[in-house]
Design a binder for this molecule. Structure first.
Ligand code: SAM
Length: 246
């Protein structure tokens, strides 16, 4: 059989495409993508002409998953890409991977950009241990259930959020965790990359005056034994904003 390649693509900056990603996409007989229009743009930028571009997303995965697996079993190599970043992170890719593994198909990761880890490493919060949550559920009671299960987690917490819900989400975090330190990492790798660091309350106040735009990773400090000492930490005493224009 062929192989399933999980190919990372940029999260906003085309220079983050790796040589190996380009070569793999050139060599695979089939490319499966969440949003084929988006992927077509990326492919044309790198002058890659796929022999077959297949759509694989949340709403067709039940039918298209087994179809893709059949192609691989017939001997074709398949590259799975997400809209941005690592496939299978906050997208349906993990289902295809599980299906491939259950059929004994080799699964080969081609690493690259990822929003959550990029935000974490630049956040200034502890990186030794962290929990990736991704998107919270939509319903208030489901959000509460998820957050109450995370209250005692000591490692840093990583959430994905859209601009029109980020302030609301901070409200939920405040309610569940109290006024912890948080970093809002916005537009990572893009022209107006920004890190807002402060307490949850400070960030909520900031957002009420600066309407959120772009894509966000919300990095929240874990439950810490030194919570009382936070106020003492000089570099974190007040809200700070770090902007990079690239
Ligand atoms: N597979 C992707 C990855 O590896 O990071 C994540 C895909 S998820 C559907 C999209 C979410 O990731 C966005 O809503 C946002 O929270 C986050 N995200 C993606 N690109 C980002 C960027 N350039 N800056 C900040 N957050 C980003």
């Amino acid at each position: 059989s062929g192989c399933l390649y999980l190919v990372a693509t940029p999260i906003g900056n085309l220079e983050d495409m790796t040589y190996r990603a380009v070569r793999t996409l050139q060599e695979c007989e089939i490319i499966a993508a969440e949003d084929t229009r988006q992927t077509r743009k990326l492919l044309s930028h790198f002058e890659i002409t796929p022999s077959m571009l297949f759509s694989y997303h949340e709403h067709n995965k039940a039918a298209s998953g087994p179809e893709l697996i059949r192609y691989i079993i017939e001997g074709k190599n398949l590259a799975l890409v997400s809209d941005a970043g690592l496939p299978a992170i906050s997208d349906p890719g993990a289902d295809l991977v599980a299906l491939a593994v259950s059929h004994g198909i080799p699964v080969i990761p081609i690493p690259g950009a990822n929003a959550a880890l990029s935000a974490l490493i630049a956040s200034g919060l502890p990186t030794a241990s962290f929990t990736f949550i991704g998107f919270l559920p939509r319903e208030r009671k489901d959000i509460r259930a998820v957050l109450s299960g995370l209250r005692a987690v000591q490692g840093t917490l990583l959430f994905y959020e859209s601009p029109h819900r980020v302030a609301k989400t901070l409200g939920h975090l405040q309610e569940a965790f109290g006024n912890r330190r948080v970093v809002l990492a916005r537009e990572l790798t893009k022209r107006y990359e920004e890190f807002l660091r402060g307490t949850i309350e400070e960030c909520i106040a900031w957002l009420s005056e600066h309407p959120p735009l772009g894509e966000y990773v919300v990095v929240v400090e874990g439950e810490s034994k030194e919570e009382a000492e936070i106020a003492e930490s000089s570099w974190w005493r007040e809200l700070s904003i770090e902007q990079h224009v690239q």
